[in-house]
Design a protein around this ligand. Sequence first.
Ligand SMILES: *Cc1c(COP(=O)(O)O)cnc(C)c1O
Length: 233
Amino acid sequence: MGIAKRYARVRAEVDAACREEGRDPSEVKLLAVSKTVDVPAVAEAIEAGATAFGENRPDQLVLKQQAYPQAEWHFIGNIQSRRIKDIVPAATLIHSVFKEDHLAKIDAAAAAAGKVQRILVEVNVSGEESKSGLSPQEVWGFLQAADAFSHVQVCGLMTMAPRYDAETAEATFSGLAALRAELAQRTLPSGESPVLSELSMGMSEDWRIAIRHGATIVRIGRAIFSDEFEPTE
Ligand SMILES: *Cc1c(COP(=O)(O)O)cnc(C)c1O
């Protein structure tokens, strides 16, 4: 099965999972994580209907965004300060922000590019040491800091669950949804409540669990781009 077929199958499965949960499939963005494939492979996914892609390396983000500017390009990787100026002009949404000292740099790069950079806050819900992100307790302080920057817009939260562990994935995703609900009740220094409409959670193995807990973006790589990966179920 090629990329186009796998993309179409995953999109159909996501749509079906949404309907089972009583959710509108148009509420859930399927982010095709193209980090393991080359530029021509992206075209196959676009032909099958893909409109949004995720990359975790700045060079690949920029290269593929320039090749396919009609698509959305999301940055989902580890952020190095010195690459922020490259990431910002190319990124529709940056999923993986969790350092307060990156905010001023993102703000400056966005101002220079004439845009407001949409970002998500990465949260380490599961507390696994190997995972990056803020602890749930630290997110409110980060949101308050981000509120000061006019070219940065926090749109929601992102998390990763430990691999191959459905029970922990369940706790991780429900934990992120609960955190969002709790934060939305608070008031920022600007007098507004944070608008955290996006929940970016779920990958090839655990996206069904994420949709059940309110994911608005699922980030799927191998199930689309790898011929070895066959979804369980
Ligand atoms: C690679 C990656 C994904 C996609 O993972 P798959 O298991 O290939 O679906 C999702 N999110 C992040 C942050 C990634 O680095």
